[in-house]
Write a protein of this length. Structure first.
Length: 645
């Protein structure tokens, strides 16, 4: 968990005092390492589960504070958005039935939060990115009212100096500007922890770095963002950009981002990473520090190193070093932050078992991996896995290259088995969880692949909003059944769409693939586009995407009539006939309100705008089509009810 008692609006004196504590902590840690004051000879594992809260429409439900109050369980805490929660699992010795124990506790935690959420007419979904999220959900009104999050948003936006620009290209292309850090809330992960001794930290950290890419390739689960099909694990690109506090000048200078894989193998100690974080990244959060770590050490205790831990929590390495104190003993952990939430609890635990078994197995099989794999290849592998999942091509040891699926099946799964056996993990756990990975890789069906295939199979008849809602509804059904993702049937066009819940808001069925013209375009162009695309309305926008008018089929008929009567054949710009200030809707406008607006004004369409910018269009035909589907849905439900009785 991150520190929540944060100083707000800190001044230079606050930062200097905190810096003094931070430096004291790093020197105290150095002394602890030199004198053997860090726990060694024991390995533990643990995990953090991030999740989404969703309403009956499969949309984000900003009710986390109410859920936490009713849960009253210290293992749960907030996340940056009020539609997210985090659960912290109990540490387990890395042996025996540790993975079954993690799964059992995780099921209990998810069941508890689900029961509580249902009391509030909501539910829980495990997904790296919630497909039904929209930009309107990412306003500061949904920010969790906690000093840490307010301060994160304030400082990061202040340091950056302008809005956040996001660009991610996959099957589709997402290019947007956003004014706060709330896009970070689109990401939820299953963070796996491995406690290791200080003398073996560097060796195991490097191995985890190398192992992360192939494990991620089998675990990808986040291909959709804001309606766009992007990377198989879009979280990596999104998270890096969502908290990028670098100004334009610092970006040009090549200053590293706070979300990173790193730039080289580490040589000897965890201190290399902590020192680099202090040297490279400005302090963006402070808190009052009362502890003198050297006084605590002198008394034989283990200092909290609160300043170091707070600063470390604002640098989001994909594999992050962690210092902690448990039962009076200081320890070091490696926190893997790459794996996404979902698709099911079984899948998550299988991913963890694969990663941790591979870490120990690679140490046994390969020794010093820095002599066998270039760091740049390990880094490149991570982003290839995030982009393409099991279809990625990965550079591996001694200059060889493999497809992710063949590397996992032919080489890495046997090594992971050896690693788990070496850790004395129960054979039942090894067979069960590595079996899930093997079946997933053999079938080629990761969570991301299932989503993309389902999206494609649903066809072009339905809007993006409807398809994404159905995907989330199916994900929830499968999670409740507990089936690992390789067993999920791909959604098909023939399956019943829940129309009554799919057409409540304009944004759920507006058209977003728009054909538009500019005010100075030739009217003939507008007429031709309308004829070619069989549409009766064409929005007029400026170069910034702001709606400035609307051309209708009726406007063109009037122009034709005037031209015939006058014999005027001069070229006419669109601005001469477009309607200024047309009636508009927003994506969140209730469908019934939009219908009433169109009836009242006797118009056949509504351009849909958000912050003045054109984002879609809805027409009378869309409402007629929706009405027909709603009627068919009612008839189908009545027939099913009659058949059941």
């Amino acid at each position: 968990m991150g520190e929540h008692v944060i100083s707000q609006e800190q001044d230079n004196e606050d930062v200097r005092l905190f810096t003094k504590s931070l430096l004291a902590d790093i020197y105290a840690l150095e002394q602890m390492l030199e004198t053997g004051r860090i726990e060694s000879g024991v390995r533990r594992i643990g995990a953090e589960q991030e999740l989404f809260l969703i309403d009956h429409r499969m949309r984000p439900a900003p009710i986390s504070l109410a859920v936490l109050r009713q849960l009253n369980d210290p293992r749960f805490t907030t996340e940056i958005a009020q539609f997210n929660l985090e659960a912290n699992l109990s540490p387990q010795l890395f042996e025996g039935g540790c993975f079954s124990a993690l799964e059992q506790e995780l099921r209990q935690l998810i069941s508890a939060v689900r029961r509580t959420a249902r009391n509030l007419n909501a539910d829980v979904l495990l997904s790296g990115i919630l497909p039904t999220l929209r930009l309107s959900d990412l306003e500061l009104s949904n920010l969790t009212p906690c000093p840490r999050y307010f301060e994160l948003n304030r400082v990061v936006t202040q340091l950056r100096g302008d809005a956040f620009n996001f660009y991610i290209k996959g099957l589709d292309e997402l290019q947007i500007t956003h004014k706060n850090v709330m896009l970070e809330s689109c990401n939820t992960s299953f963070q796996v922890h491995l406690q290791v001794g200080p003398e073996e930290f560097a060796r195991f950290y490097n191995i985890v770095q190398a192992a992360t890419a192939p494990v991620l390739a089998a675990a990808v689960n986040s291909p959709l963002l804001l309606g766009n099909r992007l990377w198989h694990e879009t979280r990596l690109a999104l998270f890096q950009q969502s908290v990028d506090e670098r100004s334009a000048a610092r970006q040009v200078r090549g200053t590293p981002t706070r979300v990173s894989f790193g730039d080289k193998w580490i040589d000897e100690s965890v201190l290399e990473i902590f020192r680099d974080e202090i040297a490279r990244f400005r302090i963006i959060m402070t808190t009052k520090i009362d502890e003198d770590p050297f006084a605590v050490l002198a008394q034989g205790g283990a200092p909290d190193l609160s300043a170091l831990r707070l600063h470390n929590s604002t640098v989001w390495r994909w594999n992050r070093p962690c210092y902690g104190v448990t039962n009076g003993r200081a320890h070091l952990r490696i926190e893997n932050r790459v794996l996404p939430s979902g698709p099911t609890i079984q899948d998550e635990i299988a991913n963890a078992a694969f990663l941790l078994g591979l870490t120990v197995g690679m140490e046994q099989s390969y020794g010093d991996i820095t002599k066998k794999l270039e760091f740049d290849d390990a880094k490149s592998n991570l982003f290839a896995a995030a982009r393409y999942g099991l279809k990625a091509q990965l550079a591996w040891f001694d200059g060889k290259c493999y497809s992710a699926s063949s590397l996992i099946k032919d080489e890495l799964l046997p090594i992971a088995r050896v690693g788990l056996e070496h850790a004395n993990v129960d054979v039942h756990d090894i067979d069960r969880y590595l079996g899930i990975i093997e079946n997933r890789v053999s079938s080629g069906q990761t969570g991301a692949q299932w989503v993309l295939q389902s999206r494609s199979a649903l066809g072009d008849e339905y809007s993006t909003e409807v398809k994404d809602r159905e995907i989330v509804a199916a994900m929830l059904d499968h999670q409740l059944k507990g089936e690992p993702v390789h067993q999920w049937p791909v959604l098909s066009d023939a399956q019943a769409i829940r129309w009554s819940e799919s057409y409540e808001k304009v944004g759920q069925f507006m058209k977003t693939d728009l054909f538009t013209v500019r005010p100075d375009d030739l009217v003939n162009l507008a007429a031709s586009v309308m004829n070619w695309r069989h549409i009766r309305h064409i929005p007029v926008e400026d170069d910034e995407g702001n709606l400035v008018g609307l051309v209708t089929h009726r406007d063109l008929m009037r122009l034709l009539e005037r031209s015939l009567n006058s014999g005027d054949n001069q070229p006419i710009p669109v601005r001469a006939i477009m309607k200024l200030n047309p009636e508009t809707a927003t994506p969140e406008m209730p469908a019934l309100e939009a219908i009433q607006l169109m009836r009242r004004n006797k118009i056949g369409c509504l351009p849909v705008v958000s912050d003045g910018r054109l984002v879609g269009i809805v027409t009378s035909y869309d409402f007629l089509d929706a009405s027909a589907k709603l009627f068919e849905d009612q008839l189908s439900r009545k027939a099913a009810k009659k058949s059941a009785s």
